[in-house]
Every structure is written in C-alpha cells, then in structure tokens.
Design a protein around this ligand. Sequence first.
Ligand code: SAM
Length: 212
Amino acid sequence: MRLRNIKGATEAIESSPYCIQKPTEMKGFWKDYIKNDNPIHIEIGMGKGKFLMELASTNPDINYIGIERYTSVLYRAIQKMDENPLPNVKFICIDAGLLPDVFDEKSIDKIYLNFSDPWPKDRHAKRRLTSRQFLECYDKILKNDGTIEFKTDNVDLFNFSLEEAPAAGWKILASTYDLHNDESLNKGNIMTEYEEKFSSMGNPICKMIIRR
Ligand code: SAM
C-alpha cells in the first residue's frame, strides 16, 4: 500500500503523541517508556492500523506497536487514534530492517505480518518480509518462545514463506490455505483492511504461525 504523499503527514507524525520519535534512541529504555511488564506485540507493515487497533481494544493488557514505513499510510492510523485513542498502542515510522536497532534483544512476544508486499520477482526475494534476511532481524528481537503470525492471500508468497521459514531454522506450528474455513485457526480472527478486501473478492486467505 502506497498512498500519494499527503501534505502534512510528516508533521502530523512528528507531533503525534502516538508515534515514537527517534525510535533508535529507545533501545535499552523500553521498560521505562512503557511503564508496565505486559507483553509487547508488534505488527510490521500495519498499513492504516485497523487490525492492530481492534486487537488492542480487546486486549488492554498487551502493548501493541505498529510499524509502517510510509508516512502517508501511518497518517491514516494517527487520524483513527485521534478519534478513538487507545492507551496500549504506539506507532513507529521505520523500515522493518531497522527493528534490531530499535527494540531490545529478545523483548518482543509476538510479531504479526499481514498481507506483506509480495515482491514477485526472484531478484527481490530478500525484500519479502518473510525472507530469511528479515527472519534473522526478527530472531534478534523476538523472545525464544515468541511467535510470528503471517496472513496473505498471495499463494506464491505463502509457499515461499512455508519453505523459507524452515530453511532459516524456524518451526511451522500451524498453517492453512483457507483460514476462514479453518475452524481452529480462524477462532478470534480479526480481519485486516486487505483481508476484508481480498476475501470479499473470493480469495482464500492463507495463514502460518512459526516459532524458532
Ligand atoms: N497490514 C495491512 C493490511 O493487511 O491491511 C497493510 C498491508 S499493505 C499490502 C503492506 C504494508 O506494509 C504497506 O503499508 C507497506 O508500506 C508496509 N511495508 C512494506 N514493507 C515494509 C517494510 N520493509 N517496513 C515497514 N513497512 C513495510
């Protein structure tokens, strides 16, 4: 998702109380900042934040941090938070490759990847958020028993991810090519913006859960 540059988005992010400014200066200071011992869950490539905010409103004892690299997209999430502020949600505007410079080692309990950009060309495989290069980044910040939950409607990206994760040393705990018809994996499922769009077009949704 890449919206056209939106006038004022950068300024809104820089002055938003929901956005963490200078995130690379947070490393080592998260506990002081968050002021609780609740788990931290992050969504990488959160888009406009519907999924994260719905999760956060039903799980007030979890800290949620949304990661999005485009200011124009994050701006939409900030507008939603202005309308309905949630104390357990923060946003960071960075590229996922920088996560190990932002978060403390082994400090994150769960990572969500939803409808990540597919990067279909082989030469762009390392840009996929489920590539071994990104899995290595997540390994640094995720607790040893932490999990990654990944949803997509793109079967090629899903098949790539099902092969890439074990090749990079991760275990597949569960997977399905048809989430919405999988009673067990679909329990409590919260739809993302893209999930609503693609499932309404008849595309089955794939999901996998992995752990090291
Ligand atoms: N997760 C949302 C959903 O399911 O509705 C949005 C999906 S959209 C296809 C993918 C989002 O991931 C875009 O907003 C894009 O800017 C963001 N993104 C892609 N690569 C990223 C990266 N390396 N770091 C941070 N965000 C990224």
